[in-house]
Design a protein around this ligand. Structure first.
Ligand SMILES: [Zn+2]
Length: 144
């Protein structure tokens, strides 16, 4: 046995895995500058998870540092990690929230005939739910 094989050399510190990803649209990264002997600096798996959810929810692709020309879906980037399912569900939750916020923002009150209704305007059409719960559309309305 030679001196070299007697003791395994300490594994060199490498950049934290969370620093290796960038939002392909904004170029944003986690801003991490840590090095570690493991894959992640302590707590940085959560940091990367949050980063991938934000990018995915924004509809942005994510690129691995060193392969900026091959961006992938954030959920795909997460697929090699244990938290892949959390990223996928985090993205769908964030997207559902955004859709709800958009829907809420579009809600308007309008007068249809003599009734005030709440609904959505698209072009010159007002879509609302009448008193019986039926969806109606009309082009004869006055925004309130
Ligand atoms: Zn990190």
């Amino acid at each position: 046995m030679t001196a070299e094989t007697k003791t395994a050399p300490a594994k060199a510190e490498t950049p934290c895995t969370c620093s290796k990803y960038a939002d392909a649209t904004t170029g944003e990264t986690t801003g991490c500058t840590k090095t570690t002997r493991r894959d992640f600096a302590p707590g940085h798996d959560a940091k990367l998870k949050g980063f991938l959810i934000r990018a995915g929810a924004a509809g942005h692709l994510v690129a691995l540092a060193g392969a900026p020309d091959e961006p992938v879906q954030a959920s795909e980037a997460a697929s090699r990690f244990g938290f892949a399912r959390h990223v996928a569900s985090g993205i769908s939750r964030a997207q559902a929230k955004q859709e709800q916020a958009t829907a809420d923002a579009d809600t308007v009150r309008a007068k249809v005939g003599r009734w005030e209704r709440t609904g959505h305007v698209e072009g010159d059409t007002f879509t609302y739910t009448d008193r019986s719960g039926a969806a109606r559309t009309t082009t004869k309305f006055t925004l309130l």
